[in-house]
Design a protein around this ligand. Structure first.
Ligand code: ADP
Ligand code: MG
Length: 234
């Protein structure tokens, strides 16, 4: 299915939130690097897909009615065996039926456990005056509590991407600290420009979140993607 077909299907089902699997399909088409996520509709399928993907894997709830997957017990990391995957599937379904009894569930997404990196986030929201605006920040508490983020109006040029990364207070963390390898900042700049290009070409997207992206010495990949569509009338 192409990105446009994914969006069309969500709309025909009257949904504005894409699932993680769908959102990743859509941004992958734009050359944004993501950890591939495959939908498994049953416990058995979750196990067989995990075996194909290769352990360790991550299972996440796949439902357009669950926005924050881990808050609801819908994410299980570092699963090493078929048995752990089966158990994780049961635990996720139990947690979600408790937290969201009304949710329509597609199944779970199955993906490789990504190696640890520096967590960063890139987001797009629409400003009433400026239109699409990109946000960049370091993941976790730095964004949630300290609000250490930078913004630029879409479309960005290379210089904007370079500046918005360097102007956050946490930038030294990307340069390598306490023996950690420095992040490939040029790669992050490219990723930000791809996101800018992508949202510029897709006015039907209302909000986009790559949260988190794992940044490495040689690469950067989004492990979670959230896409919210505009109302159909837009
Ligand atoms: P949500 O934001 O909906 O709660 P995420 O998909 O972001 O769910 O998962 C929660 C956290 O789990 C992420 O912030 C990240 O730290 C970790 N995580 C998610 N996917 C992976 C993955 N493929 N590999 C390693 N860690 C992951
Ligand atoms: Mg997330």
């Amino acid at each position: 299915m192409t990105g446009q077909e994914v969006i069309g299907r969500a709309r025909s089902e009257g949904r504005s939130l894409l699932t993680e699997v769908e959102a990743k399909e859509v941004v992958k088409e734009a050359g944004i690097s993501i950890v591939d996520a495959k939908l498994a509709a049953s416990r058995e399928e979750a196990v067989s897909v995990s075996q194909q993907v290769g352990f360790p894997v991550v299972l996440k709830i796949a439902s357009a009615d669950v926005v924050h997957k881990s808050d609801a017990g819908g994410v299980k990391l570092g699963l090493e065996t078929a048995e752990q995957v089966g158990q994780a599937y049961d635990d996720i379904m139990a947690a979600i039926s408790e937290a969201y009894p009304e949710a329509k569930i597609q199944g779970v997404s199955v993906q490789k456990m990504a190696r640890p990196g520096v967590e960063v986030i890139v987001g797009m929201t629409k400003d009433a005056q400026f239109g699409p605006v990109l946000m960049f920040g370091l993941g976790g508490i730095l964004v949630e509590i300290l609000k250490d983020v930078s913004f630029r109006i879409v479309p960005l040029v290379k210089r904007d991407a370079a500046e918005m990364i360097r102007e956050i207070k946490g930038y030294p963390l990307l340069e390598g600290y306490r023996g950690q390898e420095p992040v490939d900042v040029a790669n992050l700049e490219e990723l930000i420009l791809k996101v800018s290009d992508f949202v510029d070409k897709h006015p039907e997207i209302k909000e986009l979140d790559l949260n988190p992206i794992f940044a490495y010495g040689d690469d950067a990949v989004a492990v979670d993607v959230r896409v919210v569509l505009e109302d159909e009338s837009q």
